[in-house]
Design a protein around this ligand. Structure first.
Ligand code: GAP
Length: 516
């Protein structure tokens, strides 16, 4: 199946099985805002907990925080978000559609890359095993031309963005002959900067002084609490503060389902280090965060690092961890070396001293910061798109049988075990309920007795439940149940008292944490 089709089916699946709904659907929805349903919210909790425990339980020098979404407006002046948290926008005068100018160029680059891959694919077929990709791209005239235009356009875009050269950006769009996908014309406006923060008003007086912003990142709540946590927790550098919470951005190009949302959740950790040691810690966290992803078992080949061409206004080094989404490799997490930018600016704008006394060095300084920042919603989309599968099974009557299954890492599954009486009589429901009462104190269970057991298995497969327990006549005789495993569909008979012991090694969160 084509990846685009698979993604379309996944989006429909998320709604059909209570993972993700468009927000305000009764009113035709609200663009780029989504709600999590009964299964989505459990998956979200599990991923959040995996991140939280990996940060705080596994690191004695990382503590948590839950700061407010509303913050003093001066914070955004100090952080640079008021002046620099912008996207360059361009409008097409014929379709009246608005685009991010940099995204138009990136899409153009992606098309060139597709063309290059086609050339490479054709040559690989022609040359067979002897094919050397690097040699081909360096020697074939067409491939070389494509590669050079990709590289030079990418460099030029990065320079224009870094230099905030909006006229140059428009010129590049014109030179590349990029057309509006709606009108097909090249009738563009000038490029303008657009601030992504949502403004609102505090209290009832509508004066400018009361204008505040919904936070566009959770990180600033950590910076402004640096001294509170350091002093009350008697923290010694290096140490980290972790936080999970909502962030808001008025994204212009909001697309690809929950990949780019206007209201989303971030899981961020700021690691405070001594000046001069930041690059060492940057490398450490780059590795550690990739390990966290790899422990999920979604395939090493689906991840790659992408160093930033254009650094955010606060960073001196940055790398993304990219995942192979159905629409290509895209950022799921950023690791940034933020220098002392934020703490120094908060000290400057607030007029307070924000420093740390290092007893080992016998000096005070403004700590440097290495940040890890991952989108919770984007991680959910990553997990769902890697795990969604439509299996074509052989059926007895020769008809096509498609099993929709989510191969979720068991520890993340919303339901760990479904308890199913084979039929609704002969004391089976009562026995199954007794098992549920015992198991639900230890793990997430779901009891279901409607429909045939085959249909119930399929419903559990569709929400990613790793195990199903069936209570049948034999259970009433000898106390054993069948335990069915989701991916292999294999069944085994085990004593009812041993269900938890059988499923715990894969369903407990520790099964993931152990790998870190
Ligand atoms: N504090 C640093 C920071 O916010 P970022 O690269 O802008 O850095 C970090 O965002 C992560 O937040 C991204 O890697 C992504 O997973 C998530 N994220 C950012 N914007 C998002 C959006 N509009 N919708 C969903 N997730 C988003």
């Amino acid at each position: 199946m084509l990846r685009e089709d698979l993604f379309k089916n996944l989006t429909a699946h998320c709604k059909e099985y209570g993972f993700i709904f468009p927000s305000s659907e009764l009113y035709d929805g609200l663009a780029a805002v989504y709600d999590y349903g009964q299964n989505g919210v459990e998956l979200k909790l599990n991923i959040r907990q995996y991140w939280w425990e990996a940060m705080t339980r596994l690191h004695q020098n990382i503590v948590g925080l839950d700061s407010a979404i509303f913050m003093h407006p001066k914070i955004w002046e100090a952080s640079g978000h008021l002046s620099a948290f912008n996207d360059p926008l361009i409008d097409n005068k014929d379709s009246k559609k608005r685009y991010r100018a940099d995204v138009l160029v990136e899409d153009w680059i992606a098309k060139q890359e597709e063309k290059l891959e086609k050339e490479v694919g054709k040559a690989a077929k022609r040359f067979g095993e002897a094919f050397d990709r690097a040699q081909f791209v360096h020697t074939n005239a067409r491939a070389l031309e494509l590669q050079q235009s990709i590289d030079s356009t990418r460099t030029r875009l990065a320079n224009l963005l870094t230099g905030n050269d909006l006229a140059g950006l428009k010129q590049l769009i014109e030179e590349l002959e990029i057309v509006c996908p709606i009108s097909g014309t090249r009738n563009w406006t000038d490029v303008r900067q657009f601030n992504l923060m949502f403004a609102t008003r505090l209290g009832s007086v509508s004066e400018e002084a009361n204008e505040i912003y919904l936070r566009p990142e959770t990180a600033q709540g950590i910076f402004v609490n640096f001294l509170n946590v350091q002093k009350t927790g008697r923290m010694r550098i290096p140490f980290g503060i972790a936080q999970v919470g909502k962030a808001f951005r008025n994204e212009i190009v909001a697309r690809q389902f929950t990949f780019r949302m206007r209201e989303f959740e971030q899981m961020e950790m700021q690691y405070f280090v001594a000046p001069g040691s930041e690059m060492e810690w940057f490398e450490y966290w780059k590795e550690a965060r990739l390990q966290w992803h790899l422990a999920l078992g979604l395939g090493q080949e689906n991840y790659r690092y992408h160093p930033h061409d254009k650094l955010a206004h606060y960073a001196n080094a940055a790398v993304d961890i990219e995942f192979n989404f159905p629409f290509g490799f895209k950022e799921v997490e950023g690791i940034h070396s933020r220098t002392d930018f934020d703490l120094s600016n908060h000290a400057r704008v607030s007029g307070r001293k924000v420093q740390y006394f290092d007893a080992d060095r016998n000096e005070s300084y403004t700590p440097y910061v290495v940040e890890t920042s991952i989108g919770l919603d984007r991680t959910i989309l990553m997990v769902l798109s890697a795990c969604y599968d439509e299996e074509h099974l052989a059926s007895d009557d020769g008809k096509e049988d498609i099993r929709k299954v989510l191969h979720l890492p068991p520890a993340l599954a919303p339901v760990k075990v479904a308890i199913l009486p084979l039929v609704r009589k002969d004391g089976m429901p009562e026995r199954a309920e007794a098992i549920l009462h015992d198991l639900r104190l230890r793990t997430a269970c779901h009891y279901e007795e409607k429909d045939t057991v085959g249909k119930r298995y399929r419903r559990q497969d569709a929400i990613g439940t790793p195990y199903c327990v069936t209570v049948d006549t034999q259970t009433l005789e000898d106390g054993t149940v069948t335990l069915r495993e989701r991916d292999s569909m294999q069944q085994q008979r085990i004593p009812a008292e041993r269900i938890y012991e059988a499923i715990a090694p894969t369903t407990e969160l520790n099964s993931l944490l152990k790998k870190l």
